[in-house]
Design a protein around this ligand. Structure first.
Ligand code: HSE
Length: 439
């Protein structure tokens, strides 16, 4: 430390939970390496926290009474917002920007919902709001899309972008563990959101997908238009049937360019079991990006957790320190594209999106039901890729019938499902899971 002639950059960390604690420790442990990269020492001038973190030795670090004391501290040049949530975090970040401070945040909800407002304000004040840690934990996927793939017209992005959900699905599939039990473990490991329904109902993934789509396609952040479906209704029966058909079920966020608009959807998805991404398990995340020049790329790494997320926060800090002396007009735009050059191409409703489908139908054990189902599909021009009929279940005498269709518009499969559910030989709701080949 202290090896640079320029003064250290003083940062303030708001929140010393999982990510805040990890950031504190990585900044301390790797101080010398980080300074050699940034060209200046990075000093933690102050921290603000609700409660101390037993994993951090904060002796000697000044503590603020609250986050607003920290953002008003004239010494602090960069505010690291790691308190999570939307309303207090928004207030805090706006105040930091107003005070002329740069901001680094891991807050995906904040960026997905209020990013457009925050970036506009940051531009006015000539400061940076950096958010690498908001998407896919430690994977530098924001930087990769925003800078590394800047020459491409991006066609689609598809990713496992919620570590908790992937951890739950992997443990259920590999070890037959119960959903609630695995979720508890994910919470203890610091993977899950404060409200874990954000993880299991796909909201967290939709926040991240909103951000990815914006930087991939140059569109405003439109979280309210994302279609969101979680993993809480998946059954082990469907996981097993998918395996038997050569697929694996992953919870994916998919953003795709089409002639009519952009698809923005989060849902459980069958993908061929031999795809690399189908084999990304546990808390690992993986994001595929397909560009017209580069083709398909895959970015993989830990999607949640203390130090993996801190890795991204600290990388942002280094970026901010390097850019501090640059002309604000010539910095990398927050959302990759120049703010006055965003596209107004619409986000499509889910009914206009296109996918292949896995359907599971519970049929009465008498002749003709399969023929009626096949007729419903053929009348709507829906091709069947594969079909599997199981033995009648002992407990109810019903026959599970599993079909995989070719690609079709969602509204077309909705109509077909309604017609199937109206058949006398079909009992209950038809289970539908989208299928993507990702090739
Ligand atoms: N709850 C999030 C996840 C944390 O499980 O992916 C990282 O954003």
């Amino acid at each position: 430390m202290g090896s640079f002639s320029v003064k250290p950059v003083k940062v303030g960390i708001c929140g010393l939970g999982t990510v805040g604690g990890g950031t504190f420790n990585v900044l301390k442990r790797n101080a010398e390496e980080i300074a050699r990269r940034a060209g200046r020492d990075i000093e933690i001038a102050q921290i603000a926290m609700r409660s101390s973190n037993p994993k951090c030795d904060i002796a000697g670090t000044p503590i603020a009474a609250d986050v607003f004391e920290l953002v008003d501290n004239p010494e602090v040049e960069v505010v690291v917002e790691l308190i999570g949530g939307c309303s207090l975090a928004r207030e805090l970040v706006l105040k930091a920007i107003d005070n002329g401070k740069h901001v680094v945040t891991a807050n995906k909800a904040l960026i997905a919902v209020h990013g457009d407002e925050l970036f506009a304000k940051a531009r006015e004040k000539g400061v940076i709001v950096a958010f690498e840690a908001a998407v896919a934990g430690g994977i530098p996927v924001i930087k990769a899309i925003r800078e590394g793939l800047a020459g491409n017209r991006i066609n689609w992005v598809a990713g496992i972008i919620n570590g908790t959900g992937n951890f739950i699905l992997s443990e259920m599939r590999e070890k037959g563990r119960a959903f609630a039990d695995v979720l508890k473990e994910a919470q203890a490991l610091g993977y899950a959101e404060a409200d874990p329904t954000f993880d299991v109902e796909g909201i967290d993934a939709a926040h991240k997908l909103t951000i990815l789509a914006s930087i991939a396609f140059g569109i405003p952040l439109q979280f309210d238009k994302a279609y969101t479906e979680g993993i809480s209704r998946l059954t082990s029966a469907d996981v097993g049937y998918a395996e038997a058909l050569g697929y694996r079920i992953k919870h994916l966020g998919i953003a795709r360019r089409t002639a009519e608009g952009f698809e923005l959807r989060v849902h459980p998805t069958l993908i061929p079991a031999d795809r690399l991404i189908a084999n990304v398990n546990g808390v690992m995340n993986a994001v595929m990006v397909n560009g017209d020049a580069v083709g398909s790329t895959l970015f993989c790494g830990a999607g949640a957790g203390m130090e993996p997320t801190a890795s991204a926060v600290v990388a942002d800090l280094v970026d901010v320190v390097r850019a501090m002396t640059s002309d604000p007009e010539n910095r990398v735009p927050h959302l990759a594209f120049q703010p006055d050059a965003l596209s107004a191409h619409p986000i499509l409703p889910i009914s206009s999106c296109e996918s292949a489908y896995y359907l599971r139908i519970q049929a009465k054990d008498h002749p003709g039901v399969l023929a009626q189902v096949a007729t419903i599909l053929s009348e709507r021009g829906i091709n069947i890729e594969s079909i599997m009929q199981k033995e009648a279940e002992e407990h109810d005498g019903l026959v599970p019938m599993i079909l995989v269709t070719h690609r079709v518009r969602e509204r077309c499969i909705d109509e077909a499902i309604a017609a199937m559910e109206a058949l006398e030989g079909v009992v209950g709701k038809v289970v539908r899971i989208r299928v993507e080949q990702l090739n």
